[in-house]
Ligand binder design. Structure first.
Ligand code: HEC
Length: 233
């Protein structure tokens, strides 16, 4: 009986294993964005985000003034490139002008706030998601997505990145080359990464100083130890 139980468990385990494997095989592999994570990339992403995403999405934990304080953008540039679409105050949070209840009505689901999305889903996921839209006449929006099946968001980047079929054929070219388009998507991802963790740029600046201070302290501690133990020996 015991033997039977063990065999049963083994068979069930194997079955589960192949199920998991089958699921993994059908899920699209996430792509990794390649970029230098610095203020230049993040600012480029912020401009693209304001142009293409803020119509629907907010990043409510981000304030316009942080773009100058943390990234070194000029106030004039923040006004010109980032704030124009919403016309909000400089100290305000980056909230979309579209009321959430209206958006829910139009798209069937509300566009979520993207402040913490990078932490929640990872930058690889967002990058792959933005590059995985395809045309689908069965969906109310006319769009579908390989990593987010039956998504309510339309492919807002199609005019620049092109319109694709489910099996990866280019149906209508966009305004940008694929290389430039991928670079722009990468910039948006860098901005969303920054929004999820805005102190990261300052931390990278402070990091070497803090390590230097530790090194200096180690030398002092060593000299102090030597001075104390001189008399003990
Ligand atoms: C026309 C409105 C609209 C625009 C513009 C738009 N989105 Fe969306 N987005 C949505 C909606 C609606 C959803 C919710 C999808 C769902 O739940 O099915 C969504 C979902 C998302 C998600 C997935 C969130 C999750 O729950 O996993 C991400 C990431 C995202 N959008 C990023 C972007 C980025 C980046 C841009 C700019 C390039 C953008 N969106 C532009 C409407 C929009």
């Amino acid at each position: 009986m015991k033997k039977l139980l063990v065999i049963g468990t083994l068979v069930a385990g194997l079955g589960m294993g192949s199920l998991v494997a089958a699921e993994a095989a059908t899920a699209p592999v996430l792509m990794k964005p390649k970029y230098t994570y610095d203020a230049k990339t993040i600012i480029a992403g912020a401009k693209l985000f304001a142009m293409h995403c803020m119509v629907c999405h907010s990043v409510q934990f981000m304030r316009y003034e942080f773009l100058t304080q943390d990234l070194g953008m000029s106030k004039a540039d923040v006004h010109k490139y980032i704030m124009l679409p919403t016309g909000a105050g400089y100290k305000a949070n980056m909230i979309s002008a579209m009321p959430v209840n209206m958006a829910s009505k139009w798209f069937g689901r509300p566009p979520p706030d993207l402040s913490q999305m990078e932490r929640y889903k990872s930058q690889d996921w967002i990058y792959t998601y933005l590059l995985s839209f395809y045309q689908d006449s069965k969906r109310p929006s006319g769009w579908n997505n390989h990593v987010f099946p039956n998504v309510a968001m339309p492919d807002v980047l199609a005019p620049i990145g092109g319109t694709w079929s489910k099996d990866g054929k280019l149906l209508k070219a966009g305004d940008e080359s694929q290389q430039k388009f991928r670079k722009q998507v990468t910039d948006i991802v860098a901005f969303l990464r920054f929004v999820s963790d805005p102190s990261v740029v300052q931390r990278h600046e402070f990091g070497p100083w803090v390590l230097g201070l530790f090194a200096l302290f180690t030398i002092f501690a060593y000299l102090l130890k030597k001075a104390y133990w001189k008399d003990v020996k």
